[in-house]
Write a protein that binds this ligand. Structure first.
Ligand code: SF4
Ligand code: SF4
Length: 375
């Protein structure tokens, strides 16, 4: 039986957070699964170089609380690794990400990975993907601790435990997956098969301040005041979705996990289970039900989405916020972007609507438009 734990976590105050993180680890008996020689890998969300105030990345104080706890129980071999969006492959670029996201101080306590060498790992349960190329820091670990940031996501509706593991794939292989699996359903099936391959031992979700609306990088900050944890990453995503009143029909990764029978109703919820949400979570425009987020509205919305997906496709339009940093150009899996007359121009014939450009844009300069599909 899976155990999912939820704790009220009002702020990123260092001491408060440490106490709560300790309670999460103790609730699952993690200490008994580790020894001095265990190679522990911490996988936060470092999708782009924004500091904690933008609620795009896992808050560094939560990561620090995890590191402190691991050290307190005698763990010596701890590595922190993520492979952010875009074409990032250089040591100096990763150092810049650590600095811009407020992570640099963690280097005094753990090994901060800057090496994107990778190798193939068999995907024993993958029905579509038989293997994944994964960065060595993750592939070599004995125990993966998954530390996602809870956010809405314009492709998968929300990003939590399963989606966070996409950062185990190096550099430009990520946009290639978007190109290979442009639909939310196929992309989410791949994410679930990747999660089955990485097999995180423990997931602890930063939901103290979350992003709602047009996530994962351009939504709005909302204080939720929660942290969630489980050893069962698939069940945890479903539990979070349910707790936050987001219809499971809307969350592509939860649907993909269900399709593989990875989510059981046989679970126990522990901790602050009397949490009351208040205002509904604002979903991305692409998932928003016109009449709220109740189940009927979600079903109707899901039907309209299916019809809409068959008729329309998304494409980006760059707004005046664009500073021509070229990150989107370097990330686009279809070479659909170029600079012309001092502006980013989108080749709509090449664009597959994966929205990677939106995800990596540091300036919220990408507006998502719809056009009628050509069949
Ligand atoms: S749209 Fe965003 S990522 Fe692309 S060049 Fe402009 S600012 Fe950079
Ligand atoms: S332009 Fe943007 S949405 Fe279109 S294929 Fe490139 S990255 Fe994807």
């Amino acid at each position: 039986m899976s155990i999912h734990v939820i704790y009220r976590t009002e702020s990123y105050d260092r001491e408060e957070l440490y106490g709560i993180v300790k309670k999460h680890f103790e609730a699952h008996g993690i200490k008994n699964e580790l020894s001095e020689t265990t190679r522990v890998l911490i996988k936060p969300n470092l999708v782009t170089n924004k500091d904690a105030a933008f609620v795009v990345t896992t808050n560094p104080e939560l990561v620090f609380a995890v590191v402190r706890y691991l050290k307190s129980i005698g763990i010596k071999n701890i590595t922190l690794a993520d492979c952010p969006g875009g074409s990032l492959l250089l040591f100096s670029q990763m150092q810049e990400i650590y600095s811009d996201t407020g992570y640099s101080f963690l280097g005094e306590h753990v090994h901060m990975n800057t090496d994107f060498e990778s190798r193939d790992v068999e995907s024993p349960t993958g029905s579509v993907n038989k293997k994944f190329n994964i960065i060595n820091a993750v592939a070599d670990a004995d125990y993966v601790i998954n530390l996602p940031k809870l956010k809405t996501h314009n492709l998968t509706c929300i990003t939590a435990g399963v989606k966070n593991l996409f950062g185990c794939i190096p550099g430009l292989q990520k946009p290639a997956f978007h190109a290979k699996y442009p639909s939310a359903k196929d992309f989410s099936n791949m994410l679930v098969e990747l999660a089955q391959t990485v097999k995180p031992s423990f997931t602890l979700v930063d939901a103290v301040d979350i992003m709602e609306g047009n996530g994962p990088t351009n939504g709005k900050r909302r204080h939720l005041g929660l942290t969630f944890s489980s050893k069962d990453v698939f069940g945890l995503d479903a539990f979070i979705t349910e707790t936050l009143g987001i219809p499971q029909e809307s969350v592509a990764t939860v649907q993909a996990s269900k399709a593989k029978n990875l989510i059981s109703n046989d679970f126990a919820a522990q901790g602050d289970t009397n949490f009351v949400l208040g205002n509904p979570i604002l979903l991305p425009e692409s998932y928003r039900a016109k009449s709220g987020t109740d189940k009927l509205a979600a079903k109707i919305n899901s039907l309209f989405r299916k019809i809409g997906d068959a008729v329309f496709e998304s494409y980006p339009q760059m707004t005046e916020k664009c500073v021509l940093c070229r990150k989107c150009i370097l990330t686009c899996p279809k070479n659909a972007l170029k600079i012309e007359n001092g502006k980013i121009v989108v080749d709509k014939k090449r664009c597959i609507g994966c929205l990677c450009c939106d995800e990596v844009c540091p300036n919220a300069a990408v507006k998502i438009r719809k056009k009628i599909k050509k069949h």
